[in-house]
Write a protein that binds this ligand. Structure first.
Ligand code: NAD
Ligand code: UDP
Length: 320
């Protein structure tokens, strides 16, 4: 049994990871300030003695003195808004959690001799000029745009990780996570799969931004979580940046049609202005993850969407 801390434990990825770790008998400590996470996400673990939940802001250094955290051996640092809707509404909190919050978690890792996986993002590549994106590509981020609070904060979070690795040998592992989805996303999350499936099931317009020719590569949550866990387990991932994502690329218009067809929806597909700085193309080069971790995604978008639609549908029936 390992003592494991998850920051952002009430969020989409954090709650999924918490359930997986607890089910395998680990002792899990979760911290969240419920800025985008919800208590409901952890409802299945409400009476579980192996999950200790702490409500708190990880940007606050006083957390480092909590008794509960003094023996944690592994830290998954997932706290941060991830949907453009939320990080743009709270830019300063987004900057703070990824910089001050990351440094706090690195200090904790140093104090405890713990390993740390940092959830960075494909947004570190900005609107990429290299395709597909490999870890050596340094990115094309606009520091003067609405996405910068997230993109640049994540990049600075990576710098903190690198310096704690270089100067103090804290075993850090940086995951650049690409678009991940499942029914675990809030209906009002604002990210594309959540929006399209929610809209399709209500027979409302499916809102494509721009002409829908921009691309993304979607990874089902189980695959992403397996990748993050392999990074934690593998010494080969220490001091490394690794892309975790599915390398099958789709246009957003293709995704809209796929959701409409798979949900047998009567929705119309409608077109709306493209948000500023929306990346045109995104697809991970995952050769490094394959080589170092033996990891590659297993769940095809169509299969993942079928599961996602079925679960959103069940949720809608339970909470009309
Ligand atoms: P999410 O918004 O569902 O979850 C983030 C959680 O962090 C929420 O529960 C929120 O309340 C919590 N949080 C935010 N600020 C906090 C703070 N200061 N202190 C404590 N808790 C705080 O997002 P997600 O999709 O689960 O993403 C998790 C992590 O993975 C994020 O760091 C995100 O940037 C990264 N990521 C996710 C994706 C994806 O597709 N899901 C892609 C790239 C990177
Ligand atoms: N998008 C869209 N309609 C929506 C929500 C998003 O067309 O209702 C587009 C968005 O403009 C982007 C892509 O879908 O091109 C993915 O957006 P998301 O917010 O999920 O994540 P991003 O990869 O942009 O961070």
């Amino acid at each position: 049994m390992t003592r494991i801390l998850i920051t952002g434990a009430a969020g989409f990825l954090g709650s999924h990871l918490a359930k997986a770790l607890v089910s395998e008998g680990h002792e899990v400590f979760g911290i969240d300030n419920f800025s985008t996470g919800k208590p409901d996400h952890l409802a299945a673990l409400a009476d579980c003695p192996d999950l200790t939940f702490i409500t708190g802001d990880i940007s606050d250094a006083r957390l480092l003195d909590l008794d509960e955290l003094k023996d944690v051996q592994e830290i998954y640092h997932l706290a941060s808004p991830a949907s453009p809707k939320f990080y743009q509404a709270h830019p300063f909190d987004t900057i703070s959690v990824n910089t001050n919050g990351t440094q706090n978690m690195l200090k904790l890792a140093l104090k405890n001799l713990a390993k740390l996986v940092y959830s960075s993002t494909s947004e570190a590549y900005g609107d990429p000029l290299v395709h597909p994106q490999h870890e050596g590509y340094r990115g094309n981020v606009n520091t003067w745009g609405p996405r910068a609070c997230y993109d640049e904060a994540k990049r600075l979070g990576e710098v903190y990780c690198f310096e704690y690795w270089r100067q103090f040998q804290v075993p850090v592992k940086v995951a650049r996570i690409f678009n991940t989805y499942s029914a675990g996303l809030r209906n009002d999350d604002g990210r594309v799969i959540s929006n399209f499936v929610t809209q399709a099931l209500e027979n409302q317009d499916i809102t494509v931004y721009g002409d829908g020719s921009q691309t993304r590569s979607f990874c089902y949550v189980d695959d992403t979580i397996r990748g993050l866990r392999l990074m934690m387990e593998s010494d080969r991932a220490t001091g490394e940046i690794i892309n975790i994502g599915n390398d099958k690329e789709y246009t957003i218009l293709q995704v809209a049609w796929l959701v409409k067809i798979l949900s047998a929806s009567k929705s119309k597909i409608t077109f709306h202005p493209l948000p500023q700085d929306d990346p045109i193309r995104r697809r991970p080069d995952i050769r490094k993850a394959k080589k170092l971790l033996g990891w590659e995604p297993e769940i095809h978008l169509e299969e993942g969407l079928r599961q996602t639609i079925a679960q959103y549908r069940q949720r809608k029936t339970r909470q009309p």
